[in-house]
Design a protein around this ligand. Structure first.
Ligand code: SF4
Length: 232
């Protein structure tokens, strides 16, 4: 089995077909290779909706975790419930941070997302994911190369130094248009905030509508000089 410890750069065995851009081939390989030892960390943004639909074709009972920071939009929680109804066999787990918001404020001060967003992301996202990944060998992410400069070099299969895991990214070749075409064609449920100028949706305090049409993530941590929560 390919793990963080046994990593050797795999020669890419996946054909990038016209319909799925290789995503289904990658998912079939991933679930066959890792069995129960793989989870999908889903933010329930639009890429996540496509991935869930594709995953359900390959592994209807797949394990999906959502990093529940306690400060997501109500629309995001509603989207999760719609997805649960559409895919009843999936196991969707809301993974919370060890600290409640009150405990975090007591230990590190009020509004940590304003004063130290890196520490806030560490407590509410990175540590919970690390805990979840300790149980398996690999995880799936919805990264696309088109999303940002920092994601241009992502591959289908990646050695993940941060989490000492293998990170599988089936959607790397999908464009924004292709994602939406798929969602509309299959009439998938999605977060209505996407229709209000939010291409990328994270926590309430750190997400605004995108101000740069050419930068999908320009509404995230606006004015804070931060572009990633640290998961990637
Ligand atoms: S995105 Fe903002 S609120 Fe969410 S965990 Fe990171 S800093 Fe905290």
């Amino acid at each position: 089995m390919l793990t963080y410890q046994t990593w050797t750069q795999p020669t890419c065995p996946f054909e990038v077909d016209e319909t799925y851009k290789g995503a289904l081939n990658v998912l079939e390989w991933a679930y066959e290779h890792y069995g129960e030892d793989i989870l999908y960390a889903c933010s329930f943004g639009i890429e996540g909706i496509v991935l869930i639909d594709l995953i359900s074709k390959v592994k209807p009972s797949a394990k999906i975790i959502f990093l529940d920071t306690d400060v997501h939009f109500k629309e995001t929680y509603e989207t999760i419930e719609s997805v649960r109804k559409s895919y009843p066999d999936l196991t969707i787990i809301l993974k919370k941070a060890a600290l409640t918001l009150e405990e975090q404020a007591e230990a590190h001060g009020d509004k940590l997302w304003e004063n130290n967003p890196n520490q806030c992301c560490d407590i509410r996202k990175l540590r919970p994911l690390k805990e979840a990944l300790a149980e398996g060998h690999a995880w799936i992410s919805g990264l696309r190369r088109e999303q940002s400069e920092t994601r241009r070099n992502v591959n289908f299969i990646n050695r993940d130094e941060k989490f000492e895991s293998i990170k599988i990214c089936p959607l790397i070749h999908w464009s924004w248009k292709e994602i939406w075409r798929y969602v509309h064609k299959h009439q998938l449920p999605y977060n209505p905030l996407h229709d209000e100028g939010y291409p990328s949706i994270g926590c309430v305090h750190c997400t605004a509508p995108a101000f740069d049409r050419n930068d999908f993530r320009s509404g995230r941590w606006k004015g804070k000089g931060k572009t990633e929560c640290g998961l990637h």
